[in-house]
Write a protein that binds this ligand. Sequence first.
Ligand code: ADP
Ligand code: MG
Length: 327
Amino acid sequence: MALSEFELIRRYFGAAGAAGAGMLRDDVVLGIGDDGAILRPPPGQDLVAVIDTVIEGVHFPIGSAAAAVGHRALAVNLSDIAAMGATPAWALLSLSLPQADEAWLQDFATGLGRLAGEHGVALVGGDTTCGALAVGIQLLGFVPANGGLRRSSGAPGDWVFVSGTPGDAAAGLAIEMGQAGPGGLDEAWLRDRFLYPTPRVALGGLLRELASACIDVSDGLAGDLGKLAAASGCGAELDVTRLPLSPALIRTVGAEQALERALNGGDDYELCFTIPDARLAEAEARLAGQPTPVRRIGRLVSGSDVKLQRAGAVTGSPHAGFDHFAR
Ligand code: ADP
Ligand code: MG
């Protein structure tokens, strides 16, 4: 590497670097520069820890824009933190790079730093190695003691909701991978839905007070709802006529393919959550007063598996979600 490892870390990830901008937190006793970070969790809070790695050619196409790689690597972790109902605080970055390309590093740090700043996340340490491009981020956050959301606490009769418009990112990835797109605004918008997902952190915080169970949708809505239902010891019914599909997705791939992408496409980073029937009216009122659109799409039922319904009639079972070791 032309740039020394030390200089690279200082320039791009230290307090003076782009990833340090606007994220100084007074609960960081000791940040980047020593053998370890010293962090002071707030009293009365539980620590929530998540980690996700994105690898070039596996999780994002080879040659993806560096800013998008930085954004997505943090966004996927913020999405897990959101699904736990937690407030994000501290990140550790494990970066493997084929070479110290300064323009690439600058854009990467800017993409990562911008999203970190929006969520008040401080980068407190990491590891830098030379190898195939891979970005692992460990993110730590807080919930009030015993207040974290889980997948496993849903019950039969709870209503199933989803945020945003699932399916867009899968269509955006297909366009990124070279599948012919429509061009124009829809194409650009769908690609951005893949490259720059919006983690639903504020929604997750509100759901801590409302939801019985929650999961983030990363591997396909149907499969991830199946995971929530299984963890809760339930089955689920999903009314496909209620799925929130974006106009851009329908215009681009048609109504049937849009449905397929919404059910089985990956990379949405939306939240799928359940609301007990007794709290439905209160929850719908409070959810209507926040900026992220959510829609009621089904219900947990006794039994197992996810069943698809079209206006009350069973139409079949969706495929399972993405599994790295399934093929
Ligand atoms: P050590 O050899 O003791 O593990 P390093 O030289 O790897 O230390 O790291 C020095 C400091 O820089 C540490 O505080 C570490 O957390 C931080 N660091 C290394 N790589 C990164 C990175 N990619 N992002 C943020 N901090 C990093
Ligand atoms: Mg050390």
